[in-house]
Design a protein around this ligand. Structure first.
Ligand SMILES: [Ca+2]
Ligand SMILES: [Ca+2]
Length: 381
């Protein structure tokens, strides 16, 4: 699993010619249906958690949980850097009113950091609409088979973390900022999760700077690429990757780290240079949906408009937008009538949702009603 877990973008023409046009279309539509089904499933468990919150008498969004694990520094200078990045996460979490916890910065004691981290995760609710952000800041290793995150004392392997995360049916975000972190993406990828790694494989083993730029991007207005007054997980990923590229270019050095993001549970990551703005400009091969749509729905520090949404409404909006993104990808293979029929069936509940939420001056941050498709549709109506 040390090789690059990158999305296999771009169906080669030769391969495409081998597929009969009709088969190809039905295969793409099946892909859309599968994704739409996943979106509905995601909606199911997001809504369950959201409804539980609602039933408990509050419609306030549950605060996100942010757990930062700082690894063994090796050298003092690295230790200072890692502490600084963890500090940025603490600051952003404070701004987000999230519940923040850090492992690995205090004095070492009888309980190893690995056990402390395990305890922290084990004490988390497994069913909840509240996001769980797990951030690993430090060095990593890869022995050709297993990637590990270096902690003081025993290390954390990708396999072990995958086990710990199995019970969770809530939005889980893992950001592994370490060198050699790529294999964590393969091991942790699952529906309902977003996995970000600083490197594309286990073989990018030099000190990785991605974590520094990612932590800074969380609250950087320049990272708000779509100007909706909040920095999404996708935007932070894109901005951090851009800063990494700029760093190596300024130093005149070869880039030794390529960050990846996976949010569609297929175990394949997408690098930031596949996006223009927040839209992916290349299509994955194999009928897979593109990564990034889900990651662009998640914000550690939410805008006041986003904060104003109830968990139930947000869960509904997120699932409908995912289905909409899948429909757009399937557009070339659908008849115009079928496409607009499906589009309407998604836009109607979305519009109802937005009007329900509507207060003067409030617009939906990701409103697909701003899309060119729906504009051209409404013109023709
Ligand atoms: Ca934004
Ligand atoms: Ca993926």
């Amino acid at each position: 699993m040390g090789t690059a877990p990158v999305e296999r973008y771009g169906v080669s023409m030769r391969h495409r010619h081998r597929i009969e046009a009709e088969n190809y279309a039905s295969w793409r539509i099946r892909g859309f249906l599968a994704v739409a089904a996943k979106a509905v499933a995601l909606l199911g468990w997001l809504l369950l958690g959201a409804a539980a919150t609602h039933a408990s008498g509050t419609n306030a969004p549950e605060p996100a949980r942010v757990i930062v694990a700082v690894g063994a520094a090796g050298e003092e200078d690295y230790g200072k850097e890692f502490a600084k990045w963890a500090g940025l996460w603490a600051k952003a979490s404070d701004q987000a009113e999230a519940n923040f916890a850090v492992v690995g910065l205090g004095p070492t004691n009888a309980t190893a950091d690995l056990a402390l981290l395990k305890q922290l995760l084990a004490s988390e609710p497994t069913n909840s609409p509240a996001e769980l952000w797990l951030v690993l800041i430090g060095h990593g290793t890869f022995d050709g088979k297993e990637a590990k995150f270096n902690l003081r004392g025993p290390d954390l392997s990708a396999t072990e973390l995958a086990e710990w995360l199995k019970p969770f049916h809530r939005p889980v975000i893992v950001i592994n900022c370490a060198s050699s972190s790529g294999p964590f993406l393969n091991k942790l990828s699952a529906p309902g999760r977003v996995i970000v790694t600083a490197t594309k494989s286990g073989y990018e083993e030099n000190y990785a700077r991605f974590g520094q730029f990612f932590a800074a991007a969380l609250t950087d207005p320049l990272a708000d690429l779509d100007k909706d007054d909040q920095v999404s997980l996708l935007e932070a990923f894109i901005m951090a990757s851009r800063r990494v590229a700029e760093f190596y270019a300024a130093e005149g050095r070869l880039v030794t780290e390529t960050a990846l993001l996976d949010d569609n549970g297929d175990g394949l990551g997408t690098p930031a240079d596949f996006y223009r703005g927040v839209r992916a400009t290349k299509k994955p091969a194999g009928g897979a949906t593109v990564d990034g749509v889900r990651a662009h729905q998640l914000h550690l520090v939410r805008s006041p408009k986003e904060v104003g949404m109830s968990p139930v409404s947000r869960a509904q909006r997120d699932a409908l937008e995912l289905a909409l993104a899948a429909l757009r990808e399937a557009k070339p293979d659908l008849s115009e009538a079928e496409y607009y029929d499906r589009l309407e069936r998604l836009l109607r509940p979305l519009a109802a949702l937005y009007s329900e939420l509507d207060t003067p001056g409030v617009t939906a941050p990701h409103s697909p009603t701003n899309s060119s498709e729906s504009q051209s549709r409404s013109k023709s109506d």
